[in-house]
Design a protein around this ligand. Structure first.
Ligand SMILES: [Zn+2]
Ligand SMILES: [Zn+2]
Length: 268
């Protein structure tokens, strides 16, 4: 049923908020007829380094074991969701050089001197200023470009619009978002269609169709799809929506990554 369906953004219990082991996730992915998945556990740059290193090492080793165990039945890739590389690009480069990841997701879950957007009470805050700073920091992240795909480009809206029901006018950020997407396209980096929002209050992907279209117009050629599943039930969820969206934006293929190189799959 899911021919050519690859989930490039999946968390195991090596992430603080993940529920299931990598073996269990792979078993479920196979049952759901996915052709493959990439395990992308969290590494947040601002957190305790020793602790984060242990989680990452476990994730990397366990993924390797599952790759062998599921050989010929499921493609299992080793990835990382690297949060806030902007805190220290040199440290991020060193970290990525220590492991032979197949795939690196670049994320921004918080801006400098603020908590993760998931934990912020936005009522009474200057949302416009926060979003301006968020997109400017995201542009810095893209200019560094040490990742393969840019994750959930409109992540804060999950909480600002979804949880706090604060309306957001995107007009003030048009220019910087354009610059972000153009930088990705010029560097031949991918844009992720993250489908987690479809399972949340906001009820939409991140980013939405208009930005996927704009990415295409600006010369973007690489898209990745991620359910951002933190438990087996959510594996592959919403990827059908991502496929339709990619087609509507004018793409004929999407990508998954092996050894940091895109592998193109036709959109069926
Ligand atoms: Zn994330
Ligand atoms: Zn994630």
């Amino acid at each position: 049923m899911y021919v050519n369906l690859f989930d490039s953004h999946v968390h195991s219990d090596n992430s603080h908020d993940g529920e299931h082991s990598i073996t269990f996730l792979c078993e479920n992915a196979q049952q759901k007829d996915l052709m493959g998945l990439c395990i992308t556990d969290h590494y947040e740059m601002e957190l305790n380094e020793a602790q984060a290193d242990i989680c990452l090492r476990n994730s990397f080793i366990e993924t390797g074991k599952s790759r062998q165990a599921f050989d010929n039945r499921l493609l299992v890739m080793s990835g990382i969701e690297l949060g806030q590389a902007t805190r220290n690009f040199q440290k991020a480069d060193r970290l990525l050089n220590r492991y032979r990841f197949d795939f690196v997701i670049g994320s921004l879950h918080c801006i400098r001197d603020m908590d993760d957007f998931a934990y912020i009470d936005f009522s009474g805050l200057n949302v416009e200023l926060i979003l301006q700073r968020y997109f400017e920091e995201m542009l810095e992240l893209c200019q560094w470009g040490g990742f393969d795909t840019l994750a959930h480009m409109t992540y804060p809206l999950r909480y600002i619009i979804g949880k706090y029901q604060i309306p957001v006018d995107m007009k003030p950020y048009e220019e910087v978002i354009r610059e972000i997407l153009k930088t990705l396209a010029d560097k031949n980096l991918a844009l992720e269609i993250n489908t987690a929002g479809l399972r949340r209050e906001i009820g939409q992907t991140s980013p939405t169709l208009e930005y996927v279209k704009l990415f295409r117009e600006l010369g973007g050629e690489l898209l990745t799809f991620g359910s951002d599943a933190h438990r087996a039930q959510d594996l592959g969820a919403g990827l059908d929506v991502a496929i339709d969206m990619a087609k509507e934006a004018g793409f004929s293929h999407f990508a998954f990554y092996k050894k940091r190189e895109p592998r193109m799959l036709r959109l069926m």
